[in-house]
Design a binder for this molecule. Structure first.
Ligand code: ADP
Ligand code: MG
Length: 345
């Protein structure tokens, strides 16, 4: 006899979702089913009618390549919802994609991780889009809170938990105790700014113009926050600014390291300022517990070591830093009564 797993049975009735609306990536986790959407936060719309043509991977491939009649953009780019309408359209597109493919008997409950700097108006816009896309109940949670929970920090305890979430557009540093954010600092510097710094460096040093996506590739391959004995090199292709023809340059990790100095120092400053602003009892907890890092930027090589060296505290990178927020939000939805205080009111 075939056993029908309870999760499947449950999935038939409900489609509860946790959504990480990130500046670079949107991730959707469906209860008992796992992560079923993980795509760039990009949307492409027709200029004249605002009709959504694509979102996610398909829209990302259009960035910088659209004719005048189409706009492809990242509506969350700066960590605030700069463009309401586009953010709403993108969110609705993603939710529908997930929801329509798994129609269930009961409309889903949704929890959405939003940037800590979000305004009430922006928060309402996000909730309205989720409602229009079919949500029955909607909850919102601050991304650093969700990241901390997803990374496994005991946020419910009366102890200082520090999380540094480095995303595409922003870095959020938060200290959490008793399910509440005691201190939070958000700076508009993250992985994107690192990419731009590499573009600028290559332009200045080699008169070579490269795209931001090429820069991101280099950052992921040979980027580092501290130089070590090992060294690495990577070819980069771009356009020579003097002759106008395509050219290739061999870039070393030491050069990429140099180009990343400034954005990294801003991240370190944000960490320092959180430490300076922590209530003394919580500071003393941090000495033992250290700092947890999440977000894609936490994967930059040796960044954890650099932060540890600069602060004198132990630093851990979350197991799956790109998924910490969505995992945390999912956990909150599963244990809503326990985590109710962690939600945005
Ligand atoms: P957001 O939450 O803002 O959507 P993410 O947490 O998804 O952002 O992280 C995206 C950022 O992480 C991008 O800037 C990307 O380049 C960067 N990133 C991803 N993997 C790595 C890596 N291995 N090394 C350095 N940066 C990385
Ligand atoms: Mg994020």
């Amino acid at each position: 006899m075939k056993f029908w797993p309870a999760s499947k049975l449950f999935g038939f009735f409900s489609n509860d979702m946790a959504i990480d609306l990130g500046t670079a990536n949107t991730v959707i986790y469906v209860r008992d089913q796992g992560v079923i959407l993980d795509q760039p936060s990009v949307v492409a719309v027709k200029n004249s009618t605002n009709e959504v043509l694509a979102a996610g991977n398909k829209a990302k491939s259009m960035l910088g390549k659209t004719p005048e009649s189409i706009v492809a953009c990242r509506p969350m780019r700066d960590g605030v919802i700069a463009n309401f309408e586009l953010t709403e359209s993108m969110l609705r597109y993603f939710i529908r994609e997930v929801h329509n493919n798994r129609r269930t008997l009961v409309r889903p409950r949704m929890i959405i991780g939003v940037p800590s700097g979000i305004t009430q108006v922006e928060k309402r816009a996000v909730e309205d889009s989720a409602k229009q896309a079919g949500a029955r109940e909607i909850y919102t949670i601050m991304e650093p809170m969700a990241a901390a929970i997803g990374a496994g920090l005991p946020v419910e305890e009366p102890t200082g938990n520090m999380i540094v979430d480095i995303g595409g557009g922003t870095t959020e540093v938060a200290i959490i105790s008793l399910k509440d954010v005691v201190y939070c600092k958000s700076v508009r510097i993250g992985g994107d700014e690192m990419d731009r710094a590499i573009v600028q460096y290559v332009k200045r040093k080699y008169n070579l113009l490269i795209g931001e996506r090429t820069a991101e590739d280099i950052k992921i391959k040979i980027g580092t926050a501290m130089l070590t004995d090992e060294s690495a090199k990577e070819e980069v292709k771009g356009r020579d600014l003097i002759t106008g023809v395509p050219k290739t340059v061999l870039l070393s990790d030491a050069e990429v390291f140099e180009s990343l100095t400034e954005p990294i120092s801003i991240i370190i400053d944000a960490v320092h300022s959180a430490l300076e602003n922590a209530p003394p009892e919580l500071s003393s907890d941090l000495v033992d517990r250290g700092i947890m890092m999440a977000g894609g930027g936490a994967l930059l090589k040796n960044l954890d070591e650099l932060i540890s060296k600069e602060t004198g505290l132990p630093v851990t990178v979350a197991d799956n830093p790109l998924l910490s927020v969505v995992f945390g939000a999912g956990k909150v939805l599963d244990e809503l009564d326990f985590f109710r205080d962690a939600l945005i009111k």
